[in-house]
Ligand binder design. Structure first.
Ligand SMILES: C[S@@+](CC[C@H](N)C(=O)[O-])C[C@H]1O[C@@H](n2cnc3c(N)ncnc32)[C@H](O)[C@@H]1O
Ligand code: SF4
Ligand code: SF4
Length: 356
C-alpha cells in the first residue's frame, strides 16, 4: 500500500490527477447494495431495510455492468443489502462475476438462509462471507427482531467454514452502548468455532440508526478492548474504517494503516443503479450517476471528484490544518455527512500512551 505519511496535499493532488488522467485508478473492490428487502428488523439498520425498493435493478441490467467493472480492474465483487440471499438471482449474478474474470466474490448476510442455500453457496466458491452478530443469544435476537436469529447466525458460520470451507468467514458487530457488554461473550463463542476475523463497526447514524450515534466513552471502551485482544491474545479482531485515522493505534487495531478507498479503489452500486463511493442510502447528493443513464466506466473516469482532488473542499478547517490530513483525508466521509463525530485521534493517542 502507498505510504502517504510524508506526502503533502499538493503532491497528493498531483498524484491523484495523474492516476485519473492515465486511467490507472481501478475500482478494485465493488460493493452492490443489491436489495432493500430483508426478513430481519434490526434496530440499527442503516439501509432501513424491510420491503424491496420499487424498481430495483434487474439482473439483465447488472450483468453488463459487471463486465465493465471487470474490465476496469475490479477484483472483488461483494453483495450487501438488505439481505442478499433474498434475491432469487443472487447465485446467477455471483457466477457471472466469476465468469467475467473477477477473481473474488462474496456477500454479507444475516445468516438466516445459509443452511437452505448451502449447496449453492458451496458451488459458487466465494472468497469471503460475512455473517452479522450484534449480541449474544437473546440479545442478538432482540436487536435483530427475530427469535432464533443468533442460533441461525452461528450455525451459518459453522456451515460456511467447517462444511463448505469458504476461505474468509467473518463476523461483524455494530456496537452501541447497549450491546458493548455483549462483545466479550460473542467473541468467546466465536473462539470455540472456526472463523477468520471479527470486525467491530461503530454505528453510523443513518436509516433506522438516525439518532443512535456513539458517545466518545463508548468508542474509547471499544478501542481499549480491541487493542487488548489483538495485542495480548493475538485475536484477529479488526476495528472498522468508520472511526477514521487513529494515529498510533491505527495499525494496532486494524492490522493496516487507515485508508478510505471510496472513489479511489472502491465503488458502490445502490439498489436502483445509483453509483456512490460507499453506501449512503439517505444522501442522494453523493450519487455520482446512475448506471441506467450512464456507462459505469464513464462514471468512474469522470465522477468521484469529491473523493479525489476535490476532497479538500469537503473537509473542516481542523482537518485542513492537521498534520495527518493526507493520511486521513477527513476520516470516514459517511460519518462526516451524517454529522457524527468523525475524529477519534485524541482518544487513540491517549490510549496508545497508556497501553503501548
Ligand atoms: C446492511 S447489512 C446487509 C447484509 C445483511 N443483511 C446483514 O445484516 O449482514 C451489512 C452490515 O452492515 C451493518 N450495518 C447496518 N446498519 C449499520 C449502521 N447504521 N452502522 C454501521 N453498520 C451497519 C450490519 O449490521 C451488517 O453487519
Ligand atoms: S442490518 Fe441486515 S439483517 Fe438487519 S435489517 Fe438491515 S439488512 Fe436486514
Ligand atoms: S483532524 Fe481531520 S484529518 Fe486530522 S486526524 Fe482528525 S479527522 Fe483526520
Amino acid at each position: 500500500m502507498l505510504d502517504l505519511s510524508d506526502v503533502s496535499i499538493k503532491e497528493y493532488n498531483e498524484l491523484c490527477t495523474s492516476l485519473v488522467e492515465e486511467q490507472k485508478l481501478k475500482p478494485t473492490i465493488v460493493q452492490w447494495q443489491c436489495t432493500k428487502e430483508c426478513n430481519y428488523h434490526c434496530i440499527h439498520c442503516g439501509s432501513d431495510s424491510g420491503k424491496a425498493a420499487p424498481d430495483e435493478l434487474h439482473s439483465r441490467e447488472v450483468l453488463p455492468v459487471i463486465d465493465d467493472l471487470a474490465n476496469l480492474g475490479c477484483q472483488m465483487f461483494f453483495l450487501t443489502g438488505g439481505e442478499p440471499l433474498l434475491r432469487e438471482d443472487v447465485f446467477e449474478i455471483l457466477d457471472h462475476a466469476k465468469d467475467a474474470g473477477i477473481s473474488q466474490t462474496g456477500f454479507a448476510t444475516n445468516g438466516y438462509a445459509v443452511e437452505e442455500y448451502k449447496d449453492e453457496i458451496a458451488r459458487i466458491e466465494c472468497a469471503s462471507i460475512m455473517v452479522s452478530i450484534d449480541g449474544y443469544g437473546k440479545k442478538h435476537d432482540q436487536i435483530r427482531g427475530v427469535p432464533g436469529a443468533y442460533e441461525r447466525a452461528v450455525r451459518a458460520i459453522d456451515i460456511l467454514k467447517k462444511d463448505i470451507g469458504v476461505p474468509w468467514v467473518g463476523t461483524c458487530t455494530v456496537f452501541r452502548e447497549e450491546n458493548l457488554p455483549e462483545i466479550p461473550k460473542i467473541l468467546t463463542d466465536l473462539l470455540q468455532r472456526n472463523f477468520d476475523y471479527y470486525r467491530l463497526n461503530s454505528v453510523v447514524p443513518e436509516g433506522r440508526a438516525r439518532g443512535l450515534s456513539n458517545p466518545p466513552s463508548v468508542i474509547e471502551k471499544a478501542l481499549r478492548f480491541a487493542l487488548k485482544k489483538r495485542k495480548d491474545e493475538g485475536i484477529p479482531l479488526v476495528m472498522g474504517e468508520n472511526l477514521g485515522f487513529l494515529g498510533p493505534l491505527d495499525e494496532e487495531v486494524r492490522g493496516q494503516p487507515f485508508f478510505c478507498g471510496s472513489g479511489i479503489g472502491t465503488l458502490t452500486i445502490m439498489e436502483r443503479g445509483e453509483i456512490q463511493g460507499c453506501n449512503a442510502s439517505d444522501f442522494v447528493h453523493v450519487n455520482e450517476g446512475n448506471i441506467r443513464e450512464k456507462n459505469v466506466k464513464d462514471i468512474w473516469w469522470n465522477g468521484f471528484h469529491q473523493f479525489r482532488t476535490g476532497i479538500w473542499d469537503t473537509l473542516a478547517e481542523q482537518c485542513l490544518e492537521c498534520k495527518y490530513a493526507v493520511q486521513c483525508r477527513g476520516g470516514c466521509w459517511k460519518m462526516r455527512i451524517t454529522n457524527a463525530q468523525f475524529c477519534y485521534l485524541d482518544i487513540a493517542e491517549k490510549i496508545a500512551e497508556e497501553m503501548l
